[in-house]
Design a protein around this ligand. Structure first.
Ligand SMILES: Nc1ncnc2c1ncn2[C@@H]1O[C@H](COP(=O)(O)OP(=O)(O)OP(=O)(O)O)[C@@H](O)[C@H]1O
Length: 889
């Protein structure tokens, strides 16, 4: 039993020991866990203690990051805003005052907004704070007086700086004399760009603005454009100024005034009428920008703004003074390009019924048109020297030439005054271009009225040709002729004669014939598309026409430049008050009701004109040739003469009717005066007068042209020179004719005539042609008075003159006076019919009396340098004025 108990005890002990061990383990494990937990708790606590610090840093970091991103974005936005602002308000619209200067907008460009300060933003580059004014809105100001004055000054100066001088007009209404920023603009007053309205004048001012708006809407915009801004963008023209009214306080507005103010606010912007208002209630309209000035800045609407300082007083006054002086100097001319169609529209017009082109800008900015057609058919232009006649002719020709192709329109132009400006229509040495429509340009024709006559004759011939063609096709007018003969060349012709009164001056045959031709062309040219444009600076010119009322009546289109007299109808004095570079255009024969005032662009300066001429020249048809240029001051050259170039020697034998060219005829083609030398009595030439160079030139051209028609060795040229002054010219000829020429002088001339006269009787004497070129033959009278054989030298000479031509022996001799020639021919009563042709130099018409010229008094010939009168009794009824060819070398 004891054992059992002992065993049991032992067993219990073991179990207890086991249990104790296990609990110790668990306790130790628990301890461990507890320690670990404690440690964790410490760590967690420690960690927990660190957490807010990290989160805050993160938050701060994120915040800082956001801040800097925000700042960068802000900088970008501010920069973009500033860039946009300077685009919105370019140049003078936003430039800082130091270095500020006017930068007027181009014609089609908008003036843009005006800067008054900068937007309040910290930490960024300044962003201009803009206010729309010209073409964009009105400004209502409120608050601090000085600040408002600074804003008004900035708005006005920047607006003036963005517009061409004179195109911004200011009106001030300042009844309480607050000044309000307007004082510095006073220099604009004398130029009419700033006016003040006194107390009580607001009603009238508003009425006037409303009236302007009504007028502009009705007559300028006329339903075609919604605003002046749009008109300017579409046409490049700004026909009306901007009108800016600055209204500074005053009494309360009446109902009528309020109504008018509302109208201006609503409708003014489209018409360039703007208000800057302070102390006057303005209705809330989108066009009104409200600026409130506070002690520390301002607000544009709700946008806080830091105001710019006032523009420096000297800058304001100097700018205004400059603008005023430009305006007082006269309006800037409109550009010539205003008269031209766009490049791709050139030469698109049809001239069948007439020619229409603008000549300038009317007061409403609309083009003033000139038309030539059935009515009005012809034009008269008048204006004292320097008022722009030449320029107007250029402008008109340019406007027409750009619209009508050379197949539709041709020009003939004659300038009777001295000067070369019209020469540029023809091909020049400096500029190879020419105006493709121009057929003839006559310059420096002041003393060569024959050239004017030649033009009129040419036109009369063209008129006849057209009338015949019309008759053949049984029509009466050009438009109909062109319809029935579509392939014919029937351009309208515009003949311009500047200083045309020169043509009609004098009571001689030239003046009479010119007036008759003019009258005929004026009457009948209308229906055949031939139009005359006569210009004159001289009242007498017009009066010369007045004597022929039938002629004047045809010139229904009148163009009067400033101070022109007698161009318009008697009681129409519109030209007297015309500003510079303007013209009254009147298609009603000058009656007042037909007046239209046009501002004429500058067209005649070299660059402006060449731009157009080059463009048209490049467009010219392949077969186009340059205009014939006749320059009264130029000396033609034989080598260039078409008639000379056309001369040829026959393959065999001698020419049947050789010709001697004596000079250039004054006519529309550069033809030569031709002396035919067939085998017929009287075919000799006398050159009469004391002018050595001209006499030599005539004989020289005659000899050279004859020589060109003979093969070398087939003709004989005997040159006798008896005046030492003629020696160089005669020798040059002798040398150039080489083996065909023989030289004679005072010693040997008697031999020449004796031998030549002797040969006339010899058998076979009609062999080779023989030309005797006798320079100053009268100087040999003494020598020739002596006998050589059975007769004197003079008798031999007379025999040659008499019998020579039939035997191909012709005398071309220069006598230094008619009396001397007569003496050589046998005395005063001697016959002169062996002198079949003559050229008179400084020999008066009267001396050429009945034996040399038909009729009793001799020809109407007034000698002048380097001109001669050629008369060939075999072919001429009247003398022909010629220009001797210049020396060959
Ligand atoms: N519309 C214009 N705009 C600008 N300048 C002009 C205009 N018209 C003329 N002029 C300038 O005025 C000057 C005189 O003009 P122009 O030669 O045309 O006058 P004119 O009447 O023909 O004179 P004159 O009869 O003495 O030749 C020229 O220098 C010309 O460039």
């Amino acid at each position: 039993m004891a054992d059992r108990r002992n065993q049991l005890v032992t067993r219990v002990r073991e179990l207890l020991a086991e249990a104790l061990g296990a609990s110790r383990d668990r306790s130790a494990a628990a301890q461990l866990a507890l320690t670990a937990a404690r440690e964790r708790a410490v760590r967690v606590r420690q960690a927990a203690a660190g957490v807010p610090e990290r989160v805050g840093a993160e938050r701060d970091r994120r915040l800082a990051e956001i801040d800097s991103r925000h700042a960068a974005r802000l900088t970008v936005l501010a920069r973009e805003a500033a860039e946009a602002a300077s685009r919105e308000a370019p140049g003078a619209g936003s430039a800082d005052w130091p270095g500020w200067r006017p930068t007027p907008a181009q014609r089609a460009e908008a003036p843009g907004a005006t800067r008054i300060g900068t937007v309040r933003l910290t930490g960024t580059a300044p962003v201009p704070a803009l206010v729309p004014l010209l073409d964009a809105g009105h400004v209502a100001l409120d608050g601090d007086a000085d600040g408002c004055a600074a804003v008004v000054a900035a708005l006005l100066l920047r607006s003036l700086g963005r517009a061409a001088p004179g195109t911004v007009r200011l009106v001030g209404y300042d009844p309480d004399r607050l000044g309000g920023g307007l004082a510095g603009f006073a220099p604009l007053g004398p130029a009419g760009l700033l006016t003040f309205v006194g107390p009580g004048g607001l009603g009238r001012l508003l009425d006037d603005l409303v009236e302007q708006i009504r007028r502009i809407n009705e007559t300028v915009l006329a339903g075609e454009h919604s605003s002046l801004r749009e008109l300017a963008a579409a046409t490049g023209r700004r026909p009306e100024p901007w009108r800016v009214a600055v209204l500074l306080g005053g009494e309360e507005l009446s109902r009528h005034e309020r109504g008018q103010l509302d109208r201006v606010v609503r409708a003014g912007v489209a018409c360039g009428v703007h208000l800057i208002v302070r102390g006057v209630p303005v209705p809330d309209e989108p066009s009104v920008t409200r600026v409130t000035v506070t002690a520390d800045g301002a607000r544009i609407g709700r946008l806080p703004v830091r105001l710019d300082p006032s523009p420096p007083a000297t800058l304001v006054t100097e700018t205004c003074r400059d603008i005023a002086s430009v305006v007082s100097a006269g309006p800037a001319p409109t550009p010539f390009t205003d008269l031209l169609p766009p490049a791709d529209q050139m030469w698109r017009e049809d001239s069948a019924t007439g020619l229409t082109a603008p000549i300038g800008e009317g007061p409403q900015g609309r083009p003033v048109l000139l038309t030539l057609g059935d009515y009005p058919p012809h034009a008269l232009i008048g204006g004292p020297s320097g008022t722009g006649k030449t320029n107007l002719i250029f402008a008109w020709i340019g406007a027409l030439a750009a619209r009508y192709s050379p197949a539709e329109l041709e020009f003939y132009l004659l300038d009777f005054k001295e000067g070369v400006s019209f020469a540029r229509f023809a091909k020049g040495r400096r500029d190879p271009s020419w105006l493709p429509h121009m057929r003839l340009v006559g310059i420096n024709v002041n003393t060569d009225r024959e050239f004017g006559l030649a033009l009129l004759r040419f036109l009369a011939e063209e008129l006849r040709r057209r009338a015949d063609a019309a008759k053949k096709h049984e029509v009466t007018k050009l438009a109909e002729l062109r319809q029935v003969d579509p392939t014919g060349h029937w351009p309208r012709i515009v003949a311009v004669v500047d200083e045309f009164q020169m043509l009609l001056a004098g009571r001689d045959a030239v003046a009479r014939e010119a007036a008759d031709l003019l009258e005929d062309l004026a009457r009948r040219g209308r229906s055949q598309g031939i139009h005359l444009v006569l210009a004159s600076q001289d009242v007498r010119g017009i009066e010369a026409l007045w004597g022929r009322p039938a002629l004047v009546a045809q010139f229904t289109l009148r163009i009067a430049l400033p101070k022109a007299l007698r161009i318009l109808a008697e009681r129409n004095d519109a030209a007297q008050s015309l500003p510079k570079f303007h013209a009254v255009v009147n298609a009603e024969s000058g009656l007042t009701e037909g007046n239209q005032v046009a501002r004429i662009p500058s067209a005649s300066d070299w660059e402006t004109w060449s731009d157009l001429q080059h463009r048209l020249w490049r467009m010219r048809p392949a077969e186009a040739s340059p205009a014939r240029l006749f320059d009264g001051d130029a000396v033609p050259r034989l080598a260039d003469a078409p008639d000379f170039r056309a001369l040829r020697a026959p393959e065999v034998g001698t020419p049947r009717g050789p010709v001697a060219l004596l000079g250039e005829i004054i006519d529309v083609q550069a033809r030569s005066a031709v002396l035919r030398l067939p085998r017929a009595p009287g075919r000799n030439l006398a050159v009469l007068g004391t002018r050595v160079d001209e006499a030599c030139a005539v004989l020289d051209a005659a000899a050279r042209s004859l020589a060109r028609q003979h093969r070398p060795g087939s003709a004989r040229f005997s040159i006798a020179c008896l005046d030492p002054d003629a020696d160089p010219a005669a020798r040059a000829l002798y040398e150039d004719l080489a083996d065909d020429a023989a030289w004679y002088d005072e010693e040997t001339v008697a031999e020449l005539v004796a031998e030549t006269a002797g040969a006339l009787g010899a058998p076979g004497a009609t062999g080779a042609p023989h030309y005797l070129l006798l320079f100053a033959v009268d100087a040999a009278a003494g020598t020739l008075a002596a006998r050589t054989g059975r007769a004197t030298g003079l008798e031999h000479l007379r025999r040659i003159l008499h019998d020579g031509p039939e035997r191909r022996t012709h005398v071309l001799a220069w006598w230094r006076g008619v009396a001397r020639m007569r003496a050589d021919l046998g005395g005063t009563g001697a016959r002169t019919d062996q002198i079949g042709a003559w050229v008179a130099l400084d020999t008066h018409g009267g001396e050429l009396g009945p034996s040399l010229y038909p009729g009793s008094g001799g020809p109407d010939w007034y000698p002048r340098p380097w001109r001669g009168l050629f008369f060939d009794r075999a072919v001429h009824r009247t003398g022909q004025t010629i220009i001797p060819y210049g020396p060959a070398r």
